[in-house]
Design a protein around this ligand. Sequence first.
Ligand code: TXA
Ligand code: MG
Length: 389
Amino acid sequence: MRERVRDRGERTKVVDGVLPMRTECLPWSPAARIGACDLLVAGDVVAVPTETVYGLAADATNPVAVARIYAVKGRPADNPLIVHVGRPMASVAALEAEGLVLTRAVSTAMRASADALMAAWWPGPLTLVLPRGPRVPPIVSSGLHAIGIRMPAHPALLDLLAHLPFPLAAPSANRSNRISPTSSADVLDELGGRIPLVIDGGRCTVGVESTIVRVDKAGQLQLLRPGGLPLEDLETTIARRARPGPPASARALAPGMGPTHYAPRIPLVLASREDAATLRARLGAVCRHATRPRVGLLILDDDATVPRTWELEDVADLVTCLALADPGDGSRVARLLFGALRMFDATTLDAIVVVPPLARRTGLWPAIADRLHRASTRGDVVGDRAASD
Ligand code: TXA
Ligand code: MG
């Protein structure tokens, strides 16, 4: 499993700071668990399934192991990691006892809100940002005094955590700024040859990353990233409205939430009701070399009135089209979105044109709008339905 691949059998060549190696992909089993535990205890990284997206895991208490995550992903050091904990940890007291949360920085109101949220939603796609405890080295949180913690709802990962003496730091298992992986094949596509092992736990059931909220001293929530758990559900649990998220400029509160992220290689343009001239201008700006760009269309709006976008064919060569209908809370689009973007991204198209969903503010729609906005080229939003609601 740890065998290094030799360059023509002679020298080992370092690629982007990482030694090439053979990547094994194993379905979850007791043998896979033993292999994963061995690697993680030795300070190596392993890609693991979660219900949201696949993660690239290492011992959260070992700074050398955590540094490996950053190296393998090519991740900037100022983008903190989420710490994943196992089943008995769903209370602030349990996290304090493990040295993950700093007791003297926890107020009564903060404890009450965090405990209520953990009791209601863990395991699940919810990351809480709380004061960092002494057992978590600063590299995990990029030096911040707060850490993001979550208990993932995937049976394989919960079982793995139950067999480890430490929690796991794990960002999404993609190269930095790329689309998050929602299957083991996606992980191999992103990190094959750079990590020793991928645990295959099937396709992710949620499909977008966890919702991240900061819990403040007054017990109030601040949304740092919309995600797989609707904010309104969290507000109901603590019977309080969340504070608005920090402005994009407040990097210290929401690091790693810069405008470009989740980006496909092929330019992505968001478009809904613009006229052909506007769309032509947009496409012209992102595919300068093609007078009549070859585009793939992804429709995420089941509203039958969309269709000025069909004027697309006046300005581009419409090669392929995919529609994901979801009259519900967006969970279906969330589950399929990254896979669809990846499928388009594997083609030789000049651009991906996405018709975003109507501006719906509940369920998983805010998370979908956020990811589309970040995936779009230069944050493009066209038409009257801003995707960044
Ligand atoms: O669903 C998920 O959250 C997935 C799976 C693997 O658990 N993980 C994930 O990790 O999306 P990643 O690294 O791709 O995104 C982590 C984000 C950071 O970019 C940052 O915005 C936020 O979490 N974060 C982590 N620690 C933080 C902290 N101490 N304060 C504020 N934000 C934090
Ligand atoms: Mg990520």
